[in-house]
Design a protein. Structure first.
Length: 559
């Protein structure tokens, strides 16, 4: 039998294929799925005849063998026809192409039409066979789309977890920036913390110091197996300065893909060096263009343990930590910059989701601003504290993150959605919650993301919650989302006027919207809010305050 290392069908894939098989069975055919190892995963018998399992496996093995051998090159799914005892139609359930363009089937879907009939007049296939063939092609396309969606969700979750882990590291360093702390203690903390998530044989921080009247780079902190004497330190500084002059962010060298660019001690297999740079003294364009930042130190690590070489991800992380050390040495504020970087990443992520639909561009940031506006005006039973307002703002910013897993053709469709397409759209709160739930410090944001489409009367989704079952953040973000949707142009309708939108909210009191929350919104200066949203919300709070607010809000994740 054909055997590969690919996994068997996931539970979600099985459910989708079984649902198809049940629908196909209504037309008097049997449906089967054989996995990549040649085992029958699904066999649904709805026809008045029995399928031969061995005949199904034999057909599937032929398809799997052809796909594994690389013979199947078609962009579209090829339909195989087998005519032994029964007429079988088969298609390879092929995942999306890998980076090198190869694809190995992860299973085969088969429709059993029953006993082989005599060919129709003119040699045409039996009546109905073309339709079943096209259905199988649709199954293969749907299977590929499902795999691609699952991979995107996993990739986004993994990336968020990685970014968060790095942010925690940088936050740990920044919170130890006490004025009374010595450079040595702080830099040692930076080295020890960095080696907790980046496995290296040795790491050191070198600072520029005056030694016997001469300026030299000397080891100020470090750990592991690394020995940098005066000559090597000077060489490192010269090579790193040249790399920066050429526009690179760091010095990387190894013999993985090519010989070393420079001569290193025999114990070094790969090396990374990033600068600790002083801030520029002038903000003028001339100063920035004519003078490179002064290198006041180096962070150096050698011999990556868990992978062959340092890479661009390591450059970004090492550069961030080194920048933190430089800011500490100059009594700067690294933590604020790091939070701005993180909130910028969140906004970039939400903007990429909004960009999937040109009619909702900027939607996530507007919902975040409106959610904050409403949260700041809640007084019943008591005003919300600052941390609650921050959390609601972030829930508004991330409320549509689950749309990363929704097909763009559904999001951009002009006109009425089908029932299946609507069910697809309704999955985005669950997808978004599943992405964020894996990060412990984002757990307070999850309720707002999960419940922003719930209604007071229980007619919302995904869980049909009613009244008090809906969390406060879900009620607020849901109102903000609805208001922005009403006042924005969509593919299927023009934007409502402010008066029309407010009237819709009044009509939804107690059914779609919470009365107290909607009242706080309706009694506020909505005209001012609505007018200034066209300016990105900068006039609501002030451009600088709005930019700084996102940074402050991110701080709630780290407490």
């Amino acid at each position: 039998m054909v055997n590969t290392t690919l996994p068997r069908l996931t539970s979600a894939q099985r459910r989708e294929l079984e649902a198809f098989g049940e629908r196909a069975g209504r037309f008097g055919v049997n449906f089967a799925v054989v996995d990549a190892s040649g085992q029958i995963e699904i066999l649904l018998s709805a026809a008045p005849f029995e399928s031969d399992p061995q005949e199904i496996v034999d057909a599937a093995e032929h398809v799997l063998r052809t796909s594994t051998d690389g013979c199947e090159k078609d962009a579209d799914a090829r339909i195989w026809c087998f005519s032994e005892a029964h007429r079988l139609l088969a298609v390879a359930l092929t995942p999306p192409a890998t980076a090198n363009g190869s694809r190995a089937a992860s299973g085969v879907a088969i429709i059993d039409l029953g006993e082989v009939a005599k060919p129709a007049q003119g040699g045409q296939p039996p009546v109905g066979e073309p339709y079943f063939s096209e259905l199988l092609r649709l199954v293969a396309w749907s299977f590929r789309t499902m795999i691609r969606t699952e991979e995107q969700i996993e990739m986004v979750g993994t990336e968020l977890a990685r970014v968060y882990e790095e942010l925690v590291l940088l936050h740990k360093i920044s919170t130890n920036m006490h004025v009374t702390e010595s450079d040595t203690n702080f830099l040692q903390l930076a080295c020890d913390s960095l080696t907790e998530i980046v496995l290296v044989e040795g790491i050191s921080v070198l600072l520029q110091r005056r030694v016997d009247g001469d300026m030299k780079f000397v080891v100020a902190a470090g750990s592991g197996l690394i020995d940098i004497e005066d000559r090597t330190a000077a060489f490192l500084h010269a090579r790193l300065a040249e790399e920066l002059r050429l526009g690179r962010e760091a010095l990387l060298d190894s013999e993985v893909d090519s010989p070393f660019k420079f001569d290193w001690p025999g114990s070094i297999r790969n090396i990374i060096a990033v600068p600790l740079c002083a801030k520029e003294k002038s903000d003028s364009p001339g100063a920035r263009a004519g003078h490179a930042p002064a290198i006041i130190g180096l962070m150096v690590a050698v011999n990556r343990i868990d992978k062959p070489d340092f890479d661009s991800t390591d450059i970004k992380l090492f550069t961030s930590v080194a920048s933190g050390c430089a800011v500490f040495i100059e009594n700067g504020r690294l933590f604020k910059d790091l939070k701005e970087l993180f909130v910028g990443s969140l906004k970039a992520l939400t903007s990429s989701i909004d960009a999937k639909d040109q009619y909702t561009r900027g939607h996530s940031e507007r919902v975040a601003v409106i959610s904050r506006w409403i949260a700041e005006r809640i007084t019943d039973p008591e005003p919300l504290d600052e941390e609650q307002v921050h959390t609601i703002y972030l829930a508004g910013l991330l409320h549509d993150i689950g749309k990363i897993g929704i097909d763009e053709r559904v999001l951009r469709k002009a006109g009425r959605l089908t029932d299946d397409e609507m069910e697809c759209i309704k999955r985005h709160p669950l997808i978004g919650a599943s992405i964020l739930r894996g990060i412990k410090q984002m757990r307070d944001i999850v309720p707002g993301v999960l419940c922003h489409h719930e209604r007071m009367d229980g007619r919302g989704y995904p869980n049909g919650l009613v009244e008090a079952q809906i969390p406060l953040s879900g009620k607020i973000v849901g109102l903000a989302d609805s208001f922005d949707a009403m006042t924005s142009k969509r593919t299927y309708r023009d934007a409502m006027s402010l008066e029309q939108a407010l009237e819709q909210i009044r009509e939804g009191l107690g059914t779609q919207f919470d009365r107290n929350i909607a009242a706080a919104f309706l009694e506020s200066d909505v005209r001012y809010l609505w007018d200034t949203l066209q300016d990105g919300g900068s006039q609501v709070y002030g451009a600088r305050d709005l930019a700084e607010y996102g940074t402050a809000a991110v701080g709630t994740l780290l407490r």
